[in-house]
Design a binder for this molecule. Structure first.
Ligand code: ADP
Ligand code: GLC
Length: 487
């Protein structure tokens, strides 16, 4: 049972090379875990302009320079650089400046689908040229969702991939990689393979990348058991629920893990002092230092609530807009937010700061160090998500003794238990309904709990004892790979 697996991991972003959200944390940490567990894992990801090649010792690979790549009428040339991830796993950077030398990782340019079809195709082509036969190709999100279909079509005749099996992990069904049916030639399928495309979508004039991963991967996972159930419903499936229900037999949820080398107050490299359950006084000192630096005033020992988030409708910022002004008016509370994304949410957070000077601080942008400080210094962490496939920040918060206030959905429901003062069990505050009353109830419950220090401390300790390490979660992927290979 303990044979070494060969896994080709395809990801559009991966820590510490590139990151916009949790996908990068997860693909980076899973790569590290698999390598550490002795498997031959090779990560393929774009060599974006922002990737610090030299930091990863990235060097050209013999036989993988200036290779041609055809996607329909489009002709590119790419090279592959091999580098080393922290922990020692191999990373193969697909270098194709025509596609990846852009100011941001993702774009709304007309060739966005080509950028990731190229990643998929380049990775398979590199495996072939290296003579490396992965047992598993593990694709992530829409970007690399065509790998399973490509293996059955464009690569069908390649004996090297004869026993290769595929796993697709859906990190977020809100992004599906839809492009126009007129661009069907970009897939490079032969006419006899075209019937394998989803005909309903084609008739409606579109091609949905993620749907093809769902239809053709040997196994489909998502990042929490609850989200795996939710996406089979019309409320959460975003139009893909039928395809998911059709593949229910191979669909499962594996909760994400946390890289505690990065996210643990016992050793956080961004913090000047470290703490654990027994030294929570240090956390309080960090809070005061942070408040001072942020010019925030938590008079009378008011709690500090934190938010670190992509500013997208998924994240429930609109609920905060409905509820926070009243709460800030009526109860002692300070609030610090870090995020970037949709202008309307940034605008709300800016105006909240203007309305409550000294009590609200908003940082628009992306800042790793500040994200760690907010986790450590806050008392409460807000994640009132409309939907949340897994969510990482609530799990980070648990470890930092920063009680997460979450909506009962997806991975939030699977990782946070509502604190029950009677039994002393629970790790955070959980509200049910995605509406202003729901969030208001949750905020009031949290602020009331904060008034009862002994109970708050109990909840903090419960939270800090949770273990979502990759040592636990990664084993589920390995078990799934073995199951898929054996099937
Ligand atoms: P999602 O992937 O939907 O954005 P997750 O909770 O899974 O949500 O992961 C978000 C990750 O991105 C966390 O590591 C979080 O700290 C980080 N993050 C999000 N926004 C920012 C930001 N503005 N600055 C720094 N880190 C951020
Ligand atoms: C996504 C989801 C988030 C999840 C992350 C990593 O972007 O929104 O809930 O934690 O992917 O799987």
């Amino acid at each position: 049972m303990s044979s070494r697996l060969s896994v080709c991991l395809l990801a559009s972003e991966s820590v510490p090379l590139s990151k916009t959200g949790g996908l990068a944390d997860v693909t980076g940490a899973l790569t590290k875990y698999l390598h550490g567990a002795g498997h031959d894992v090779r990560l393929f990801t774009p060599c974006y302009a922002s990737v610090a090649r030299s930091a990863f010792g990235a060097l050209p690979v013999a036989g993988l320079a200036d290779l041609p790549l055809a996607l329909g009428q489009h002709r590119y040339s790419f090279s592959v650089l091999r580098g080393v991830m922290p922990g020692g796993a191999a990373v193969y950077l697909v270098d194709c400046p025509a596609l990846y030398a852009r100011p941001t990782l993702y774009t709304s340019d007309p060739d966005e689908h080509l950028r990731f079809l190229a990643l998929t195709q380049a990775a398979l082509s590199a495996c072939q040229r290296l003579g490396w036969a992965p047992q598993i190709v593990h694709c992530n999100d829409w970007h690399t969702s065509f790998a399973p279909l490509f293996l059955r079509t464009r690569w069908r005749a390649e004996p090297l991939f004869g026993s290769t099996r595929t796993v697709l992990t859906i990190h977020n069904i809100g992004y599906q990689g839809v492009f126009a049916a007129e661009q069907v030639a970009d897939l490079g399928l032969s006419p006899s393979d075209l019937p394998l495309l989803h005909q309903g979508d084609l008739a409606a004039g579109r091609i949905n990348a993620l749907r093809h991963g769902i239809l053709y991967a040997d196994a489909v996972t998502t990042v929490s058991p609850t989200y795996a159930r939710e996406i089979c419903t019309a409320e959460y499936g975003m139009g893909l629920e039928d395809s998911l229900r059709a593949r229910a037999a191979v669909l499962s949820g594996i909760l994400n893990g946390v890289d505690y080398e990065e996210w643990d107050p016992r050793r956080d490299r961004y913090l000047p002092a470290h703490y654990d359950e027994a030294t929570l006084a240090v956390k309080l000192r960090l809070k005061h230092r942070f408040l001072q630096r942020q010019q925030l005033d938590a008079a009378g020992g008011a709690p500090l609530a934190g938010l670190v988030s992509r500013l997208a409708s998924q994240k429930g910022i609109d609920l905060l807009a409905e509820v926070l002004p009243d709460t800030l008016r009526s109860r002692p509370l300070a609030f610090v937010a870090l995020g970037t994304g949709e202008p309307r949410y940034a605008q709300f957070l800016r105006s909240l700061q203007a309305q409550f000077p000294g009590r609200v601080r908003f940082h628009e942008g992306y800042d790793d160090e500040l994200a760690h400080w907010i986790e450590a210094a806050s008392d409460l962490f807000l994640m009132p998500s409309r939907y949340e496939p897994c969510g990482l920040n609530q799990m980070y918060s648990l470890r930092y003794g920063t009680l997460p206030l979450v909506r009962r959905t997806g991975g939030l429901a699977d990782s946070v238990q509502h604190f029950d003062p009677a039994s002393g069990s629970g790790t955070g505050i959980v509200f049910n309904d995605f509406n202003a009353q729901g969030l208001k109830w949750g905020l009031d419950a949290a602020l009331d709990l904060y008034q009862r220090p002994a109970q708050w401390l109990r909840a903090q300790k419960n939270a800090m004892q949770q273990d979502f390490s990759w040592a636990r979660q990664g084993a589920h992927y390995v078990a799934l790979y073995r199951k898929v290979i054996a099937a």
